[in-house]
Design a binder for this molecule. Structure first.
Ligand SMILES: Cc1cc2nc3c(=O)[nH]c(=O)nc-3n(C[C@H](O)[C@H](O)[C@H](O)COP(=O)(O)O)c2cc1C
Length: 193
C-alpha cells in the first residue's frame, strides 16, 4: 500500500522519534510504499493564513498554498500517524496540518451547508501515540485524543476503514520494560499493517 506517515515531534532522539523510525522501517520492510512526512523536519508551517481563511471554500484555488501536501494526502491509500499527546490533543504542528490541508474539496465537501467527508482514498489508519498521564486520567476527561482519531478521523476516511490506535499511557512513570513492550507492539502492528 502507499502509506503516508505523518510524524510530529521536535526531537528526533525522543521516544516518539524512535517510534517514528521504527514505523517507517517496518512498513518499508513489508514492501509498503512509504511517504514519510516528518512535519518538524519539513518545517511545516501550521498557521492558516488570512488569505487561506478567505479562500477556504474556493475549491481549487484553496489548495494552492499547500498543493504539495494535498497531493501527498490524495496519493495515499493508508495513513499512519505518530505523535505525543499534548494538552489532550494533537501537537499544534499536526493540528495545523489538518487545518491547512484537510480542506473543502480535499477531505470534505459542502452540500446544502452540510459537511460530506470525502477522504475515501484512505482505507486504513494506524495511530501510535504516547500520553504523559495515566489511562485513568485520560478517561476522566473523556480521552479527547482517542476520540479525535476513532470518531472524528474515522468519519472522514473511507467508511469502515480499519483503525488501529496504539497508545503508551503513563509515560511519566514508564520503565524500560513498558517502553520496550510498547515498541514490540508497534513493530508487530506495522508488520501486520
Ligand atoms: C507541551 C506538552 C503538553 C503535554 N500535555 C499532556 C497532556 O495533556 N496529557 C498527557 O497525558 N500528557 C501530556 N504531556 C506529556 C507527553 O504526552 C509526554 O511528554 C510524551 O508522551 C512523552 O513522549 P516523548 O518523550 O517522545 O516526548 C505533555 C507534554 C508536553 C511537552
Amino acid at each position: 500500500m502507499r502509506v503516508l506517515v505523518l510524524h510530529a515531534h521536535p526531537v528526533a532522539e525522543s521516544y516518539n522519534g524512535f517510534l517514528h523510525g521504527l514505523i517507517v522501517e517496518r512498513l518499508k520492510a513489508k514492501g509498503h510504499d512509504v511517504d514519510d512526512c516528518n512535519l518538524y523536519a519539513e518545517d511545516f508551517d501550521p498557521r492558516l493564513t488570512r488569505e487561506e481563511r478567505l479562500a477556504y471554500h474556493d475549491i481549487g484555488p484553496n489548495i494552492e498554498p499547500v498543493k504539495g501536501y494535498v497531493e501527498r494526502v490524495q496519493a495515499a491509500e493508508a495513513l499512519v500517524m505518530s505523535y505525543p499527546v499534548w494538552n489532550f490533543g494533537y501537537p499544534a504542528i499536526l493540528k495545523g496540518f489538518f487545518d491547512r490541508v484537510f480542506l473543502p474539496g480535499v477531505s470534505f465537501k459542502m452540500a446544502d451547508g452540510k459537511v460530506k467527508p470525502c477522504l475515501h482514498n484512505i482505507r486504513k489508519v494506524g495511530v501510535v501515540t504516547t500520553y504523559g498521564g495515566s489511562r485513568l486520567r485520560a478517561v476522566l476527561v473523556g480521552d479527547p485524543p482517542r476520540k479525535s482519531v476513532n470518531r472524528v478521523l474515522r468519519a472522514i476516511v473511507k467508511p469502515a476503514a480499519p483503525f488501529t490506535y496504539l497508545a503508551h499511557y503513563d509515560m511519566n512513570r514508564s520503565t524500560d520494560e513498558t517502553r520496550q513492550r510498547f515498541i514490540t507492539k508497534v513493530g508487530e502492528a506495522m508488520d501486520a499493517f
